[in-house]
Design a protein around this ligand. Structure first.
Ligand SMILES: Cc1ncc(COP(=O)(O)O)c(C=O)c1O
Length: 363
């Protein structure tokens, strides 16, 4: 039957999500399992978002607002852009697909780094579009190399800033120089999924480039806002690019619970601050603990850390599961001795450190 698939589909490697908690409990007969695999918010969703969602349940017989009106108003208050500069999506994953559908012709390519978020390649390939891969250097984007890779068939450049899975970022200076030197018919997608965890002083104020560049900024409610299960993210761009994206978007792509939940989460600045503090404190703890164990890691601007376990990453991943800790094996990113761990609550971070200490001593 797979012969019926469109050309190229059978060579796509499906995305492997983090292993769910219930699956690990079931398979390994464990009562307590800690998931530090998908860069979710360990504090949970904002209580205000939960209340808004509960209040909206009785309207589920109605279609959602296809224009996300109230959510756009809340987001524009928050970010200082007009509602017409926003496109909301079923997670930023969907926005990546919308961007590829709206802008890439069949013979055009997108520039991506390696390692980077795997969805750029997977979604482009699912639409039969080509990517040109520019390897990163010392876990950082080779931004000059990415500029040089642009050819007359390049339409998009995807930059995860900070990057997943490395946690590294490109600076304001690097981004400004990059944007000054790219052709006017290339669109740069700045994926800022981890924006709320940044503490680097030289991280770019990307929105200031929106006025005069072909630029799309992506943000998500799945990380700092703790709403990964609702699936909602947004793109910020000039209104002409927004208009193109709206033409390929499904009319009801963001469900009504996601709209009210995200709106309430945006207004709950207390929960956001607490989340940020938890991550920054947890990062410090994990750096110190990893230093003491003698494991090196890549300094991160996100809510996760890429750790070199100096052993087969799949094997370490499996052994950590036995201690009830789910991390992410980095083999799919060609980082065979690395795992990626989400920064969690104090308890989760300690559980991870206790488990990893034991696992690296095993043969
Ligand atoms: C860089 C990056 N972009 C986008 C996403 C997808 O986020 P969403 O849940 O909004 O689809 C992720 C999720 O891990 C990510 O790491």
């Amino acid at each position: 039957m797979s012969k019926l698939a469109k050309k190229g589909v059978m060579s796509i490697k499906p995305y492997q999500p983090g292993k769910p908690i219930d699956e690990v409990k079931r398979e390994l007969l464990l009562d307590e399992v800690y998931k530090l695999a998908s860069n979710e918010n360990s504090l949970g969703p904002s209580k205000k978002a939960l209340t808004a969602i509960k209040d909206a349940l009785s309207d589920l017989n109605r279609y959602p607002d296809g224009n996300c009106y109230y959510l756009k108003v809340e987001a524009s208050k928050n970010l200082g852009f007009k509602p017409e500069n926003f496109v909301f999506g079923n997670g930023s994953d969907e926005l990546i697909a919308i961007i590829i559908q709206a802008f890439m012709n069949e013979d055009e390519n997108a520039i991506i780094a390696e390692p980077t978020f795997l969805e750029y390649r997977l979604i482009a390939e699912a639409y039969g579009r080509r990517v040109k891969v520019v390897p990163s250097v010392n876990m950082k984007y080779d931004i000059d190399g990415m500029r040089k890779a642009i050819d007359d068939k390049t339409k998009l450049v995807f930059i995860a800033n900070p990057d997943n899975p490395t946690g590294t970022y490109i600076t304001d200076k690097q981004l400004t120089k990059f944007l000054e030197n790219i052709p006017g018919d290339v669109i740069v997608v700045m994926d800022e999924a981890y924006y709320d965890f940044i503490d680097a002083k030289d991280y770019p104020d990307t929105v200031r480039h929106l006025k005069d560049k072909n630029l799309i900024i992506l943000r998500t409610f799945s990380k700092a806002y703790g709403l990964a299960g609702l699936r909602v993210g947004f793109a910020l761009a000039n209104s002409e690019l927004v208009e193109c994206m709206n033409r390929v978007r499904q009319p009801f792509n963001v469900n009504s619970l996601a709209q009210v939940g995200a709106s309430a989460a945006l207004a709950d600045t207390t929960h956001l601050k607490k989340t940020r503090q938890t991550v920054l404190k947890g990062k410090k703890f994990l750096y110190g603990a990893l230093d003491r164990i003698g494991l090196s890691y890549v300094p991160s601007q996100t809510n996760f850390i890429l750790v070199d376990v100096k052993k087969d990453s799949w094997d370490v991943f499996q052994k950590l599961l036995r201690y009830g800790v789910i991390v992410r094996d980095m083999k799919p990113y060609k980082l065979d001795s690395y795992i990626r761990v989400t920064i969690g609550t104090d308890k989760e971070n300690r559980k991870f450190i206790e488990a990893v200490k034991k696992v690296i001593k095993e043969d």
